[in-house]
Design a protein around this ligand. Structure first.
Ligand SMILES: *[C@@H]1O[C@H](CO)[C@@H](O)[C@H](O)[C@H]1NC(C)=O
Ligand SMILES: *[C@@H]1O[C@H](CO)[C@@H](O)[C@H](O)[C@H]1NC(C)=O
Ligand SMILES: *[C@@H]1O[C@H](CO)[C@@H](O)[C@H](O)[C@H]1NC(C)=O
Length: 643
């Protein structure tokens, strides 16, 4: 989405319309100066004031323009919000007994060991209610968006965790700030993601504001609504193997494990042992069977992925790749490096990109879901790369994490700081290769999980075995390819078969590169190997809007921005009220142009929206437009429309 400052009047209105889908409360907070000051510190590249904030809101919300009904009558305060809160949790009883025997257990992102817990589920929920009320600041919010949910969860955990060890480590954040210091890693360690300005800061007991965490289940599902907690509390534990997020501890408490992800970071699975299984029932695959992960190795984190894609999808991808003729996308000799210009003698495979094929897009979206993203962010992924390895072809061991060797690139690749780089790779095999055929993916820093230590062979023995085998003459003796086979036969290596996938991480949960994630593609000794991989980034990738730029290049950008003409439009806080005086309006409904906005009947609460001059609001009864309201700048920043 481009900035909305330069387009002509009608299209401008359209583009602003997207802004309207942002829940009212965000706008409410902005208009009251709650967020904007704080975030300007974290957003040095975005022009200050409303313009900057507006733009990033636009870019983050455009993917899912669902209208929310916004009903928040500020005049009703102060009142107790019991009913609203119970509605949000979807619990009927006033005592929150649903949470009686529930224990909330917190983990740091990627950490199988928990760092703190709250064993009194009801107390936790009461504390959560307090923070919900504080967030509304006198208003009983009828809806919470996911950022608000995350904010009050963060605050509540900060308040109630016992055995609280959930502070940041080393240089990441401020250890003495406890959980809040973990969630907000500070300016130096917080990449600015596309939805950064949507985050709702948490206020500490000392009155300091900080960024909230996100919370995921062990399987990566992001908690975006309060009633998901109720669901977790109610779900019978151990009734099926799929709900592995739930454990009954020795004391009879049912544990709900939540994995806290600091602002600006991305979720990572937290394996505890080789062979551990993670079912992902929330990710629908191509088959009836549920997708699941099996841990192959802990350091680096490598997972076998089952039922991830089908043979049909595999065939579609290969056929399309072979048929592709476009120079930028067709299968040809692979290149390496940040600028993708150099042919590397240690990478002899051929590859092409499938960015927009139907199957490719479907598979990419599935990858994001499996990785714990609750939204698909095109800018966080490369195209699906389709790889072909003919006999003898290979790719020597390397990292997928891109190293900025010269330091001359504008993109900030330092993912441990505020930069962005590849953090996860999902590799899909699309050919069946036998044990002697080669073509495995090897992790030279990891051992094969199924070979007892006493049975491991050394590299020399491996080469002897290769030379004595039927394919002993495929590779030149003493070549790097032959050396690589020695690794493949002694270290963790994964044999391709159609519809098998592998997931591994190139970063630690704190964003720093994981050097142990080094891996290679073993030479194919027989047949041919097709594979596809998706690299997923922890920020928008190079060249995309919102991708991190090194500080020394930032000034250049902002001066370019300053040079472009900007038009300022007045934002209006409008309120629509049904006074009840006009009986024909008793079932009125509010529309933004033709888009349903919310009920405005005589029993409905007033509806507040952020809107702009020139916007058209319709009041309908049935199909008939009873009244049209055009927002007029002259009437000021705050306008009330009563019917
Ligand atoms: C909690 O545990 C107690 C003691 O085992 C039991 O009596 C009570 O019914 C449980 N509450 C819920 C909501 O399951
Ligand atoms: C860490 O936080 C504490 C408490 O807010 C504060 O007193 C201290 O100065 C902070 N330390 C650093 C290095 O920012
Ligand atoms: C690999 O094999 C395919 C046939 O499957 C062929 O078209 C292609 O040219 C071969 N690539 C190389 C580099 O030999």
């Amino acid at each position: 989405m481009t900035t909305s400052t330069s387009s002509s009047w009608p299209s401008r209105i359209k583009s602003i319309a997207v802004y309207l889908v942002i829940p009212y409360i965000i706008g409410y907070l902005f208009s009251h100066g709650y967020l904007s000051e704080y975030f300007e510190q974290y957003l040095p590249t975005v022009g200050g004031g409303n313009g900057g904030n507006k733009r990033s809101l636009l870019s983050s919300s455009s993917d899912s323009p669902t209208p929310h009904q916004q009903a928040a009558p500020p005049s009703l305060a102060p009142q107790k919000c019991d009913l609203h809160f119970r509605n949000l949790l979807k619990v009927a009883e006033e005592t929150f007994a649903t949470f009686q025997n529930v224990s909330f257990v917190v983990h740091r992102n990627g950490d199988a060991t928990s760092c703190g817990r709250s064993d009194m589920g009801e107390r936790f929920v009461l504390e959560l209610k307090k923070n919900y009320e504080a967030l509304g600041n006198g208003v009983c919010l009828p809806q919470l968006n996911k950022y608000q949910v995350e904010s009050i969860l963060t605050k509540t955990f900060q308040d109630v965790l016992s055995n609280n060890d959930c502070h940041s480590v080393e240089k990441y954040g401020n250890k003495s700030k406890g959980f809040l210091g973990f969630c907000d890693g500070g300016k130096e360690h917080t990449p600015i993601l596309l939805d950064h300005n949507d985050l709702v800061p948490v206020t500490s007991a000392k009155g300091e504001k900080s960024l909230p965490c996100r919370f995921h289940s062990r399987e990566g599902l992001r908690v975006t609504k309060l009633d998901e907690l109720t669901e977790m509390a109610k779900r019978p534990c151990g009734a099926d193997d799929i709900s592995a997020n739930c454990h009954v501890a020795k004391n009879g408490l049912k544990e709900i494990h939540l994995y806290a992800v600091p602002a600006g970071r991305v979720f990572m699975f937290a394996p505890s042992h080789v062979g551990e299984i993670f079912y992902l029932p929330h990710v629908s695959g191509a088959m009836d069977k549920p997708i699941y992960l099996e841990v192959l190795n802990l350091e680096p984190r490598v997972f076998d992925v089952f039922n991830f894609f089908s043979r049909e999808e595999s065939k579609e991808l290969v056929d399309r790749a072979i048929a592709e003729t476009k120079e930028s996308h067709r299968i040809k000799r692979s290149t390496t490096g940040a600028q993708s210009k150099s042919v590397n003698s240690r990478r002899t495979s051929e590859s092409g990109f499938d960015t927009h094929g139907k199957t490719a897009v479907k598979v990419k979206k599935r990858c994001f879901k499996a990785l714990g993203f609750d939204e698909y962010w095109e800018s966080h992924g490369d195209g699906l790369q389709i790889l072909r390895y003919n006999v003898s072809k290979a790719y020597n061991s390397h990292l997928d994490w891109i190293e900025d060797k010269t330091g001359q690139l504008e993109h900030d690749y330092e993912s441990g700081g505020t930069g962005g780089n590849r953090f996860a790779t999902i590799l899909m095999y699309m050919s069946d290769l036998g044990p002697e055929d080669g073509g495995e993916t090897v992790f030279p820093k990891a051992w094969p999980p199924t070979v007892p230590e006493a049975d491991r062979i050394d590299q020399k023995q491996a080469i002897e075995q290769l030379r004595a085998s039927p394919y002993g003459n495929v590779l030149e003796k003493g070549s790097w390819e032959e050396q690589l086979v020695a690794s493949c036969r002694t270290r963790l290596s994964i044999r391709p078969h159609s519809s098998r996938a592998v997931l591994f991480y190139s970063q630690y949960p704190n964003g720093e590169v994981d050097p142990a994630s080094i891996h290679g593609a073993c030479p194919v000794l027989n047949k041919q190997k097709y594979a596809a991989n998706l690299w997923v980034w922890n920020t928008p990738r190079t060249g995309y809007s919102g991708s991190p730029i090194k500080e020394k290049f930032r000034n250049k950008q902002s001066s370019e921005e300053a040079a472009s003409p900007s038009v300022s439009f007045l934002k209006v806080n409008a309120q629509f009220v049904n006074s009840g005086k006009d009986e024909s309006m008793s079932n009125a409904v509010l529309y933004y142009e033709d888009q349903f906005w919310g009920n405005l009947g005589s029993n409905d609460p007033p509806m507040a929206v952020n809107t702009y001059e020139g916007h058209i609001w319709n009041i309908k009864v049935g199909d008939e437009v009873k009244k049209t309201i055009v927002i007029n700048e002259k009437d000021g920043e705050s306008q009330v429309f009563s019917i």
